[in-house]
Design a protein. Structure first.
Length: 262
């Protein structure tokens, strides 16, 4: 269905689309909505750091204590190593992303920085004007652009989702599936809850609740990746090329339009 014709687009490196060639002051946005989004980005960054620290704490606890929550359905001697391996994979992926981000920063290319989540956030946190520039690029969009960017940014996290998250979430799902019948009782039309089934103390019960929440977040992320994968098929037939290059090509066009209007 895609045919074998060459794509009608071709990404070309635009020398003018470097940060040193752009007047960042021209993109400064003093509006409260933009500043609110900028502050929310810092909150999101803090949340990311907390997740990384929580993963590190869990990895150490699994090796030292052997178990941090209720007894999992899969034996602890197996599940703890699965958890530990997944956490180490997530850290390796972060290190690899940081290495790629350093290379992108060295190019000083706007489109590459925009499509890199780490570089985008780093520059935005470094200077509010970068955040305003990226926001302007993102707001100057068309339907097919938003379609392509949704697929691109959603699929970027597939390695972490499938290699670092999926195995430990399977353990969580199996554990929760075994806990629900003990926690939820329906007798004579009456519903009762046995919170003791969720853990021996309040801390374990909270951790079990956190486990359930992480499963919910993973499920949403997994569904989004599945949807993006399906949507990528007609998009690939349209672009007939590399998705990242196509997105950078679109960003370059947006930058040209923005600079032309100034």
């Amino acid at each position: 269905c895609c045919g074998w014709n060459k794509p009608k687009w071709k990404r070309e490196i635009v020398p003018d689309h470097k940060f040193e060639n752009v007047d960042l002051d021209a993109f400064y946005d003093p509006s409260y909505t933009t500043k609110f989004g900028y502050n929310f980005m810092f909150i999101s960054f803090i949340k990311t750091i907390c997740v990384c620290l929580a993963d590190l704490y869990t990895a150490i606890s699994l090796l030292v204590i052997g178990q941090t929550t209720v007894t999992p359905a899969i034996p602890t001697e197996y599940s703890k190593w699965m958890f530990f391996t997944c956490i180490m994979i997530s850290y390796l992926l972060i290190i690899w992303d940081l290495i790629k981000s350093r290379r992108i920063l060295a190019t000083n290319d706007i489109s590459s920085a925009f499509t890199s989540a780490i570089v985008n956030r780093y520059l935005s946190m470094k200077d509010y004007r970068y955040y305003c520039l990226f926001k302007k690029i993102n707001s100057n969009s068309k339907g097919i652009d938003n379609y392509a960017f949704f697929i691109f940014f959603t699929l970027k996290g597939w390695k972490r989702l499938l290699l670092a998250e999926a195995p430990r979430q399977v353990i969580n799902i199996v554990t929760l599936q075994a806990l629900v019948p003990q926690w939820l009782h329906i007798r004579n039309g009456q519903v009762t809850f046995n919170n003791n089934a969720l853990g021996d103390d309040l801390m374990q019960q909270i951790l079990t609740g956190t486990m359930a929440f992480s499963v919910l977040v993973f499920t949403v992320s997994f569904l989004l990746v599945c949807i993006a994968t399906v949507l990528y098929i007609p998009l690939f037939c349209h672009i007939r090329g590399n998705l990242k290059e196509y997105c950078c090509h679109k960003v370059d066009k947006r930058i040209s339009d923005i600079l032309r209007k100034q």
